[in-house]
Design a protein around this ligand. Structure first.
Ligand code: ITT
Ligand code: NA
Length: 198
């Protein structure tokens, strides 16, 4: 069986492929269904937006769907960009523009005060069932100059202190062992079987 992940973000899709492959499972994403219109993310929280994406697509296709709403929360910016992470610098979505804006907003803020976390909320939806929601996070620090080419989004600016490397410097397997997304998926695994049976 295949699981549909309701994401059109190629960076997320690649990570989910690897994360599920390690469990012997194949996935599909919205990149395989270009005809499905993008779900407008009108929620104020990761939970609301994850539910919105999962439930809309599950209803549309009448099947089991997993969605990921995630983002970067920076303490010195009172949790911003948060749910606005994908479009922090406006339309069209651009990782480069988002990173430039983040650095600009943090100008003059010393390293010790540049703490941040990546958050990931996963929602699993199936028509006729109450959805399942889990969350994961990972703590780090926003550096002043991007480092590394792996990953996506804010990864080149997100230093993982225990490795003294950014998420974009870590090999993919390493990011997938410690990331907010991996974290959330581990939690999902512990409750998935019971939820499916209910
Ligand atoms: P979908 O809704 O189609 O999944 P999206 O990119 O719009 O794609 P979100 O609304 O959840 O997804 O926004 C997530 C943003 O947060 C993403 O675009 C990145 O800027 C950032 N982000 C999330 N996870 C990340 C990660 O692992 N590494 C770097 N940046 C991440
Ligand atoms: Na979002």
């Amino acid at each position: 069986d295949e699981i549909l992940i309701a994401t059109g973000n190629p960076g997320k899709a690649k990570e989910f492929e690897a994360l599920f492959a390690s469990k012997g499972l194949k996935i599909k994403t919205l990149l395989d269904y270009p005809e499905i219109p993008e779900v407008e993310e009108t929620g104020d929280t990761f939970v609301e937006n994850a539910l919105l994406k999962a439930e809309t697509i599950a209803h549309h296709l009448n099947m089991l769907v997993l969605a990921d709403d995630s983002g970067l929360c920076v303490d010195a910016l009172h949790g911003q960009p948060g749910v606005y992470s994908a479009r922090y610098a406006g339309e069209p979505k651009s990782d480069a523009a988002n990173n430039a804006k983040l650095l600009h907003e943090l100008t003059g803020i010393p390293a010790a005060e540049r703490t941040a976390k990546f958050c990931c909320t996963l929602a699993l939806a199936m028509p006729g069932k109450e959805s399942l929601v889990v969350e994961g996070s990972v703590e780090g620090q926003i550096i002043g100059i991007p480092r590394g080419d792996n990953g996506f989004g804010y990864d080149p600016l997100f230093l993982v202190p225990e490795f003294n490397q950014t998420m974009a410097e870590l090999p993919n397997e390493q990011k997938n062992a410690i990331s907010h997304r991996a974290n959330a998926l581990e939690k999902l695994e512990t409750v998935w079987a019971d939820w499916i049976q209910d």
